[in-house]
Design a protein around this ligand. Sequence first.
Ligand SMILES: [Zn+2]
Length: 241
Amino acid sequence: MRLVYIKALRVKKIGLLAVAAALALTLGLGSVMALYEAVPATSWAIANRLIIVDPGHGGIDPGAVGYNGLLEKEIVLKTGKQLQKVLNQAGADVVMTRTTDTELNRRKREDLALRVDMANKKNADLYISIHVNSFPSSRWRGAQTFYQKNQPESKKLAEAIQSELIGIMKNTTRKAKPEDYYTTRNTKMPAVIVEIGFISNPAEAKLMVKNEYQRKLANAIYSGIANYYAEKANETPQARQ
Ligand SMILES: [Zn+2]
């Protein structure tokens, strides 16, 4: 009788262990997923930073018009809001240059000047402008980050973001590139323009209108920003003279 009882107990114990192991696996995996869904471990690096998120164009200015009549201004606004969300989750303060389908000024140059002024007057830590690329040939594709030439900090930021776009999106091999743009030239903080993809490429255009894809892009940009700050924290302090 005793033996049978012990045997039964053993079976029970093994059963319980199996349940516990299955639970741990599920929960463990779940929490890892949750962490990935929320923010990476480097989020401490961006807490309390003031970040300008600038979805390009808006209102009377549609930006690039692509495959199937898709509009740049709509894609970048949605992606910008996703970026705002993930940056907020990490404790950053975000100022959006626009949150609706409106231009800041009907004249293009004034519109850009207002975006730059907003960043400079608020003394923001970073300026992240989101755009969509377009090209006459439909075969070009892939997200790419641009920075103002001769701005070393902007270059570091652009490279950090581009590296995450390559790693997370897995569909771009483009490199961060120096360019001369009004906004990145005139903002007084590290500034980048992220062209999140080519609206002239039908396959990429179809991806860019999807919430899930926009969220993934936002996570990649966020990750790049976090890495940029984490990297800065690791830099050897310079001797003061
Ligand atoms: Zn644009």
